[in-house]
Design a protein around this ligand. Structure first.
Ligand code: C2O
Ligand code: CU
Length: 507
C-alpha cells in the first residue's frame, strides 16, 4: 500500500485532509463523551453456523455467530473493539461501523482510512459513538459482508423519549454463500434449481463471489480479472417499486437473525405489549418489504434518526438501511415476514403472545400487499431536521454502468483501490453540501455515505443510505462537519466492489 500518491501526476489532485490529521482530532474533541469505555474482542474467522431446519453452513463469521453478537453502548460511550483476523486464505479484512459519524481513522475503509488488517494480525478500533440509533458493522474489504461477517450495533439514548416494554433486533440477510459447505457447491445447487426457468447467465469476471481468496486490499483492482470467475444467475424478476430490467442473484435462503423460515427465530411476550423493532438489512443484494401479520407498524426512525411517526402496512428496506418501528401486539402467533422485493421469496421470524400453530414458512401476510412505504414518503423529526439553508457546494453524482458489462461506476469512473484519492468529491468543513444522485442505469442503487447522516430533500428523513430508483434523481443534503476521507458507494456489495464507489474528501 506504499504507492498511493504516485499515479495521477499532472492532474491537480487537491490536497485532502488526512484520516488521522489534526483536523480529525480537533473534530473528535467536540464529541460529547460519557467517559465509559467498552472493551470488545471480535474474531473474524471461519465458522460452521446453524441456519435452522438442519441446515449448517461453513462460512466466515464474527466470533462464530450469525449474526455476530449484538454490540450495545450508550451515546457518548467509547468502544474499543479489537479485531483479530483469523480468516483463512491469508485474507485481509477490516471493520466498518456503518452509519456512525466517528473519527475518520476508525472508519475501517481500506485503503482510504487504514490499510487492511493482514491475516493473523489485530487492530483496535477506538471511537466515541455520540448519536443514538440502530447501526451495524461489517468488513469493508471485497464482498466479505455477504459471507456472514455482520452484527448489530445499538447506541442507546440515555434520554430515550419512546416508551416500550420490549426491544427486538431483526437482522435481514440474503444467503448465498456456503449452503452446502462451499460456495462452488452452492452455485451448483443454484444452477440445478434454475432448470427450466427463464434465465440467463452472466460472467462476473473478477468478482469475488464469496469463495476462494478474498481480494487483498493491496491489489483489489475490480477491473483486473482475478482468480475468481463465478457466474451470476440472472432472472427476469421485476419489482413494482424498484423497477425492471434488474438481474438478480437467486438466493437459496432469506434469513432473519440467521434462521431460515422453516425454523424461525421466535420472540415471546404477552398480548398488549408495546415492542420496539430495530430492523437492519445486512443483505448484499436484496431489498426487503417487511410486514407483521395482523398489525400495522409505526415507523419511528430511519437509519437511527427520529422521524415524524408514521403508521404503515409495510416498509421497503434496501441494503444498509435501518428502520425502527413500534407495535402493540395482539393475542396469537404472528409472522414477521421480509419479502425479497421482486424475487417472490421471503424470510420469516415469529412473534408469539398466545396459542396457535406456526404459520407456513411461505406465508404472505396481507399487509405486504398494502400501502408500501419508502424513505421518501417520511419526514424528519423536528429536532433532527437540518436548518434550511442554501447549499454552498453541489455535486452531481452520476450512477453509471450496467448489468451486462458489470461496469458499475460513479461519473463513469470505477473506483480504483490502488489510487483511492484519484477522483475525490471534495467538500469543505463547515459547508452545506448537496449531492444529486443521478441514476442513469436501469437498476436501483442504495447509496451510502460514510461518516455523515444526510437528509433527503425538502424535509425528508435523515439517512446514511437511500435507494435511488432507476432513471431517477435523488438529492440529499449534509453539513460537512466530520473532516476526513469518506467512502460514498452503492451498498449492493457487488456493485460497490465492481466500482460504484467514490471518495468524499475534505479539503
Ligand atoms: Cu455498510 Cu461502506 O458500508
Ligand atoms: Cu448498485
Amino acid at each position: 500500500a506504499g504507492a498511493l500518491a504516485a499515479c495521477s501526476s499532472s492532474s491537480s489532485t487537491p490536497a485532502l485532509i488526512s484520516p488521522s490529521g489534526p483536523a480529525v482530532a480537533a473534530a473528535d474533541k467536540k464529541r460529547a463523551k460519557s467517559g465509559r469505555t467498552h472493551e470488545l474482542p471480535l474474531t473474524a474467522a471461519r465458522a460452521m453456523v446453524d441456519l435452522g431446519a438442519g441446515i449448517t453452513a461453513g462460512t466466515w463469521a464474527f466470533s462464530g455467530q450469525l449474526p455476530g453478537k449484538e454490540v450495545r453502548v450508550s451515546a457518548g460511550d467509547t468502544l474499543a473493539a479489537t479485531l483479530s483476523n483469523q480468516l483463512p486464505d491469508r485474507a485481509t479484512t477490516s471493520i466498518h461501523w456503518h452509519g456512525i459519524a466517528l473519527r475518520n481513522d476508525m472508519d475501517g475503509a481500506p485503503p482510504a482510512t487504514q490499510s487492511a488488517v493482514r491475516a493473523g494480525r489485530n487492530f483496535t478500533y477506538r471511537f466515541t459513538a455520540d448519536a443514538p440509533g440502530t447501526y451495524f458493522f461489517h468488513p469493508h474489504v471485497g464482498v466479505q459482508l455477504d459471507r456472514g461477517l455482520y452484527a448489530p450495533l445499538i447506541v442507546e439514548d440515555p434520554r430515550e423519549p419512546l416508551s416500550y416494554d420490549e426491544e427486538w433486533v431483526i437482522v435481514l440477510d440474503d444467503w448465498l454463500d456456503g449452503v452446502t459447505g462451499t460456495p462452488d457447491e452452492a452455485f451448483a445447487e443454484l444452477r440445478q434449481g434454475m432448470g427450466g426457468m427463464h434465465s440467463e447467465e452472466h460472467d462476473m469476471g473478477g468478482m469475488d463471489m464469496g469463495g476462494g481468496t478474498d481480494t487483498p486490499s493491496s491489489s483489489p483492482s475490480p477491473s483486473s480479472g482475478s482468480d475468481m470467475s463465478m457466474r451470476f444467475m440472472l432472472m427476469g424478476a421485476r419489482s413494482p417499486l424498484l423497477g425492471g430490467d434488474a438481474g438478480d442473484v437467486k438466493y437459496p435462503h432469506h434469513l432473519i437473525n440467521g434462521r431460515v423460515p422453516a425454523d424461525p427465530d421466535v420472540f415471546r411476550t404477552k398480548p398488549g405489549k408495546r415492542v420496539r423493532l430495530r430492523l437492519i438489512n445486512a443483505g448484499g443484494d436484496t431489498a426487503y418489504r417487511v410486514a407483521l401479520g395482523g398489525h400495522q407498524l409505526t415507523l419511528t426512525h430511519t437509519d437511527g434518526f427520529p422521524i415524524r411517526h408514521q403508521q404503515v402496512d409495510t416498509v421497503l428496506i434496501g441494503m444498509g438501511e435501518r428502520y425502527d418501528a413500534l407495535v402493540t401486539l395482539g393475542d396469537g402467533v404472528f409472522p414477521l415476514v421480509a419479502l425479497a422485493e421482486g424475487k417472490n421469496a421471503s424470510g420469516m421470524a415469529l412473534i408469539r403472545t398466545g396459542s396457535g400453530g406456526p404459520p407456513k414458512p411461505t406465508t404472505r401476510p396481507k399487509e405486504l400487499d398494502g400501502k408500501i412505504t419508502t424513505a421518501s414518503q417520511l419526514r424528519a423529526a423536528d429536532d433532527v431536521r437540518l436548518a434550511s439553508k442554501k447549499a454552498d457546494q453541489v455535486h452531481r453524482i452520476e450512477l453509471t454502468g450496467g448489468m451486462m458489462a458489470y461496469d458499475w461506476a460513479i461519473n463513469g469512473k470505477r473506483f480504483d483501490m490502488n489510487n483511492p484519492t484519484a477522483n475525490p468529491i471534495t467538500v469543505e468543513e463547515g459547508r452545506r453540501v448537496r449531492l444529486d444522485f443521478v441514476n442513469t442505469t436501469t437498476m436501483w442503487h442504495p447509496m451510502h455515505l460514510h461518516g455523515h447522516t444526510y437528509q433527503l430533500s425538502s424535509g425528508g428523513p435523515r439517512k446514511d443510505t437511500a435507494i435511488v430508483l432507476p432513471k431517477r434523481t435523488l438529492s440529499v443534503f449534509f453539513d460537512a462537519d466530520n473532516p476526513g476521507q469518506w467512502m460514498l458507494h452503492c451498498h449492493n456489495a457487488y456493485h460497490g466492489e465492481a466500482g460504484m464507489m467514490a471518495l468524499v474528501g475534505y479539503q
